[in-house]
Design a protein around this ligand. Structure first.
Ligand code: OGA
Ligand code: MN
Length: 299
């Protein structure tokens, strides 16, 4: 196998070459990919001109797919892409740009907040694979932050304070942050709350990381303003430049990230003028995260 990974950031992120995602990977390649993901947390694969079917077929070799249901305002029949693909574009189902005041556009601006995919689900996502099919002429980088390095850099008092805390994650919280609150009754009841540990251990490496996300809006047993203050503090800490890699997309890049070890966000671009067609397959987590024994908040 001609599989090669070159680290492209001081603390994480590798560029992976020598694999063709249009062909079924060998067992050795799948094993090397998982090992690479564990070590680098983000892998950039240049020149992977895949179709939707090829992206889906390759993704299935890495685990069970999470379907793009319940994470957006769009009903299944309104979606541009198959249920196996999350649509991270600024396009409607006729491949037209969303109008400036389109609710779906407003909602998608939530992706500009630091987050971990599907942290609002009882089983949060493992990997996300994002394929760049059409790019704008400027802007629209995706930034990634290493939540392991961010955890390691906390002092002992902070680690002791947060180690057993449990957060509540919901799409309602991330949309509140961007001022999007005109949710219908039906949407509100669909956007349920999931409890997640604030610190989690990688199941293979045992490494601890901060489980932060824009969807986190409460800490069990804490008053909301106090919880938001801590979450904001930790998010600012975790997204300092030394922990962040900014990916400037080239056409047909495919980037895989481990949501259990990183956060990400998309940066500003002129989304009312130029298409940015990004398609994501998502590998489901292995199960719910383990919650600490005494998960009622502060002792
Ligand atoms: C996503 C996401 C960022 C981007 O697909 O999960 O957050 O750069 N996308 O489009
Ligand atoms: Mn995302």
């Amino acid at each position: 196998m001609g599989f090669q990974i070159r680290q492209v950031h001081p603390v994480f992120v590798g560029e992976l070459t020598g694999i063709d995602l249009r062909r079924p990977p060998g067992e050795d390649e799948v094993a090397a990919l998982h090992a690479g993901m564990q070590r680098y947390a983000v892998l950039v694969l240049p020149n992977q001109a895949v179709t939707d079917e090829e992206q889906i077929a390759f993704s299935r070799h890495l685990g069970e797919l999470e379907l793009a249901v319940g994470g957006t305002l769009q009903k299944s029949e309104e979606k541009r892409l198959k249920l196996e693909l999350a649509d991270a574009s600024n396009l409607d189902r006729h491949n037209k740009l969303f109008a400036r005041n389109d609710r779906n556009r407003m909602y998608s601006l939530g992706n500009r907040l630091w987050h971990s995919d599907s942290s609002f689900r009882p089983i949060p996502a493992k990997y996300s694979l994002l394929s760049a099919r059409t790019l704008p002429s400027a802007g629209g980088n995706t930034e990634f932050a290493d939540m392991r390095a961010a955890y390691d850099a906390l002092d002992a008092d902070m680690k002791a304070l947060i180690n057993d805390l449990v957060c509540e994650h919901s799409l309602v919280y991330s949309r509140q942050q961007i001022g999007f609150d005109d949710l219908s009754h039906e949407e509100r009841s669909m956007f349920t709350v999931a409890r997640q540990p604030l610190v989690r251990k990688h199941p293979w490496s045992g490494r601890q990381s901060l489980f932060l996300s824009a969807h986190a809006g409460a800490i069990v047993g804490w008053e909301k303003p106090e919880a938001r203050d801590l979450l904001r503090h930790l998010t600012e800490h975790a997204t300092q430049r030394e922990f962040v890699y900014a990916h400037a997309w080239r056409l047909n890049d495919l980037v895989i990230w481990d949501n259990r070890q990183t956060m990400h966000r998309v940066c500003r671009f002129d989304d009312t003028r130029e298409p940015r067609d990004m398609r994501r397959t998502t590998i489901a987590g292995d199960g719910p995260e383990t919650l600490p024994h005494h998960s009622s908040g502060r002792a």
